[in-house]
Ligand binder design. Structure first.
Ligand SMILES: [Zn+2]
Length: 297
C-alpha cells in the first residue's frame, strides 16, 4: 500500500534511529531496542497517517489526462473539493473502475499534499454507483446540475462537509423510487440555506403573516413571498406551478411538477451569487425536460 518514496522515507528513518542507539551498561540490550523501536513505530505511524487521508468522496467532474489517465474533481467529506490524478484509470483492469465515475460515491484513500494541485489516489472503493438514477435521464441531468453548481460556486480549498452531506443524501434520493421527484428542488432549497440565502417559505415578506395557502407571488430578486392580501389586484410574476411547488416543499406535500420551482430557486441563487459562471449542464437539463414532458391534452 505504501509508495516507494514513503518506504524509502521509513527505511532511512529506521536506519537513522538504530545508528543513534547507545547501550548504557546497566540496561539490557533487549529493553533498549524495544523502547526505541516502539517510539519509532509510533512516530512513523503518525507520519504515515498525516500523509494519508481516507474520505468518502463524490466525483463532480472527470476529464481525460493522457491516453490512460483521468483527472477527477471530487467533493470529499473531509477535505472539500480535491483534484485527483488517476493514473491508468481508463484501463479495463484499473482497480478504481467504477469508484471514480462521475457522481459515484466512493471511499478514497489518498496522499494529501496541501501544496500540490493534484493528489494521488491510492485506493478507491465504490460505495454507491446510483444505478437507478443513471437509468433515468431527468434524474441524471438534475444530479449533473448539482455537481456543476458545487464545482463552480462552492469555495475551493476549504472543508465542505455540509455540502457533502446534502449531496450524498440528494443523490440517494434521486436513486430511490419514492423520493426522487422533489429531490432536486429540496437540494436547491437546502443549498440556498447553506450558502446564506435563507428563504422564508412560510410567511408573507410584506405583512409577515404566516401563509395558510400557497403564496400569491414570489420574487427571485428579493426572495420574498407575498400573500393574497398584499398582492392585491396586481398580477403575479410567478407562475401558479412555481408557487404550488414552493408550498409543497414547505409543507412536505407530494407534488409532481417541480420544474418551475426549481427554475425559480436557480434564478434566486443566481441573483445572489452572480451570473459570471454559466452552468452548462442546465441547458442539458432543459433539453431533457422537453424530451420527458408529455404533451397536455
Ligand atoms: Zn402579506
Amino acid at each position: 500500500m505504501l509508495a516507494t518514496d514513503e518506504r524509502r522515507e521509513i527505511c532511512s528513518a529506521l536506519l537513522a534511529s538504530t545508528e543513534k542507539i547507545v547501550l548504557p551498561y546497566n540496561i539490557p540490550l533487549q529493553n533498549t531496542l524495544v523502547s526505541r523501536l516502539s517510539s519509532l513505530v509510533s512516530r512513523l505511524s503518525s507520519l504515515v497517517s498525516r500523509l494519508m487521508q481516507k474520505s468518502k468522496s463524490i466525483v463532480l467532474h472527470r476529464y481525460p489526462y493522457s491516453d490512460s489517465s483521468w483527472i477527477v474533481k471530487a467533493l470529499t467529506e473531509e477535505c472539500g473539493i480535491v483534484s485527483f490524478i488517476v493514473k491508468g484509470g481508463k484501463r479495463k483492469e484499473s482497480p478504481f473502475r467504477g469508484a471514480l465515475d462521475p457522481l459515484a460515491l466512493a471511499e478514497v484513500v489518498f496522499k494529501h499534499n496541501p501544496n500540490a494541485e493534484l493528489q494521488f489516489v491510492k485506493e478507491a472503493t465504490l460505495l454507491r454507483w446510483h444505478e437507478s438514477m443513471r437509468g433515468d435521464l431527468l434524474h441524471l441531468a438534475q444530479a449533473q446540475v448539482m455537481a456543476e453548481m458545487i464545482l463552480r460556486y462552492a469555495p475551493q480549498g476549504v472543508p465542505l462537509d455540509e455540502e457533502f452531506q446534502h449531496l450524498e443524501a440528494s443523490l440517494a434520493e434521486l436513486d430511490s423510487r419514492d423520493l426522487a421527484d422533489g429531490a432536486f428542488a429540496r437540494w436547491l432549497l437546502a443549498t440556498c440555506e447553506m450558502w446564506g440565502y435563507h428563504l422564508e417559505l412560510g410567511a408573507c415578506g410584506r405583512c409577515e403573516k404566516p401563509l395558510t395557502e400557497p403564496a400569491a407571488d414570489f420574487s427571485p430578486e428579493s426572495g420574498t413571498f407575498l400573500c393574497k392580501d398584499c398582492l392585491g389586484i396586481a398580477s403575479p410574476r410567478a407562475k401558479k406551478e412555481t408557487l404550488d411547488g414552493f408550498w409543497a416543499l414547505h409543507r412536505n406535500l407530494p407534488f409532481q411538477d417541480f420544474q418551475y420551482t426549481e427554475n425559480a430557486l436557480i434564478s434566486y441563487l443566481r441573483n445572489h451569487i452572480g451570473f459570471l459562471k454559466e452552468i452548462h449542464s442546465l441547458q442539458w437539463l432543459q433539453e431533457i425536460r422537453k424530451l420527458c414532458s408529455t404533451p397536455k391534452t
